[in-house]
Write a protein that binds this ligand. Structure first.
Ligand SMILES: *Cc1c(COP(=O)(O)O)cnc(C)c1O
Length: 424
């Protein structure tokens, strides 16, 4: 085909009755022009047009299968949500709800009431508030309690969580001023004590979620910090990050933080809690009320689908924690993972390999969960990634490892089919 034989965009688009035809035809003609200029044959333009239209209608955000062994995988959507929580979302999404309506009185209600009771029961807090994510929770707490004043933070806790999210930047954006205390490796309660002045508005502790400092180190206990805060009548805010509600490894729970004297505790909904993306603040009622009344709260509040999914997840946290996928994957005995890997290996003719899975999401950075993978040929990794559904695996030592700790039994079957397709 020569350039002058190329149809115009309109000519090509007219062949088909489709509202997306013109945009698709533009892409097809542009690509064909390049190919002709490079001396290549552009092929069947009508067929390319059909492919473009199909691609345009394929959802961009799609399900993938996580065979990486990283449970709370930030790039893969963090926590999968429990079936019962999804049922709650479906019910609330498809119709109207009492989101901000008190049916008993016929008056306006608060969207925060729907999960506050569960959060109070699970953490022992007086009150709770839910916003979009934990970054928003920390921002709101700083803005509402410390705007224009000083916040004391240990140098060892001025951390970056991921993708450039840095505590000092959030602090600055909140309108509060950072006052660093202690050193990178050693901070004592007395460092906070000497730094307290007339401008001090709050003490902030940030959990070192995604790293650990070892060797010549010292950090005050939360209780010691609470004593300093109490003496100066200042609030102590604890950013837990992962926010375990039940005991998982050495992750601090929100309940333990409050019991040790934190006035407010902030944590994520979709890390170790295993629910939807959300930021949860629990603690003293009078402080929660200040956050609720702050103008930023309106911009940061959680939507009804998040609240429905969170409500469903919290109900399981009380009665059936193993139905929360993140908790199930974290606690599954190694033998069960090994059996799944053996079954997958048999289905695809691979080999079982011992591996180490991770909690991920900046939680439990040193915890190595014993795990088992099915090892297949290295060159399958790319084809698995671009398959339908995409299977994301890890390439190590010349092989593709399909870690079975982050697969359900059903997903292992899907992976077997995907491996078969990738080998064709
Ligand atoms: C993950 C994390 C955050 C941010 O939480 P998001 O829910 O991702 O917004 C804040 N602080 C700490 C300590 C964290 O680990």
């Amino acid at each position: 085909m020569r350039l002058r034989d190329l149809p115009s965009v309109d000519e090509l688009a007219r062949q088909i009755d489709d509202p997306l035809a013109v945009e698709a035809a533009r892409k097809v003609v542009a690509r064909a022009r390049e190919q002709i200029q490079q001396g290549d044959d552009p092929g069947d333009l009508a067929a390319h047009l059909q492919d473009e239209l199909r691609a345009a209608r394929t959802p961009h955000l799609r399900r993938v299968i996580n065979a990486t062994g990283v449970i709370v995988h930030t790039n893969l959507g963090r926590a999968p949500i429990a079936e019962a929580a999804i049922d709650r979302v479906r019910e609330i999404a498809r119709g109207y709800s009492n989101l901000e309506y008190n049916a008993a009185t016929g008056e306006r209600g608060s969207r925060q009431d729907h999960v506050a009771g569960s959060l109070r029961r699970l953490t022992g807090a007086e009150a709770a508030l839910v916003v979009n994510n934990n970054a928003a929770a920390v921002l709101l707490a700083l803005a509402a309690l410390a705007e224009g004043r000083e916040v004391l933070v240990s140098r060892g806790e001025l951390i970056e969580i991921g993708d450039g999210f840095r505590i000092p930047d959030v602090l600055e954006r909140s309108g509060a001023r950072l006052r660093e205390v202690g050193t990178t490796n050693r901070t004592r309660a007395s460092d906070y004590e000497t730094a307290v002045g007339p401008e001090t508005a709050m003490l902030l502790r940030v959990h070192q979620s995604n790293f650990r400092v070892v060797g010549f180190t010292e950090q005050p206990s939360l209780r010691e910090l609470a004593d300093v805060a109490r003496r100066h009548n200042l609030p102590l805010v604890d950013d837990l990050g992962s926010g375990a509600l039940v005991d998982i490894g050495d992750e601090p729970t929100a309940r333990a933080s409050l019991a040790a004297g934190a006035d407010l505790v902030c944590f994520s909904g979709d890390k170790l809690l295993g629910g939807p993306q959300a930021g949860i603040v629990v603690g003293r009622a009078e402080l929660i009320e200040k956050l609720r009344r702050h103008p930023l709260q309106r911009a940061l509040r959680a939507d009804k689908l998040t609240l429905a999914a969170l409500g469903g997840t919290l109900a399981l946290a009380v009665d059936a924690p193993d139905e929360i996928p993140v908790l199930r994957m974290l606690r599954e005995p190694a033998e069960a993972v090994s059996a799944r890997a053996a079954r997958l290996a048999k289905l695809v003719g691979g080999e079982v390999e011992e591996t180490v899975a991770r909690a991920g999401g900046g939680s439990l950075p040193l915890t190595e969960l014993p795990s088992f993978a099915c090892a297949v040929e290295e060159e399958l990794a790319m084809k698995l990634r671009t398959g339908d559904p995409p299977v994301i695996a890890v390439v190590r030592d010349g092989r593709t490892l399909l870690d079975c700790r982050t697969l359900t039994d059903l997903e292992a079957d899907e992976v077997a089919v995907a491996v078969g397709a990738a080998r064709k």
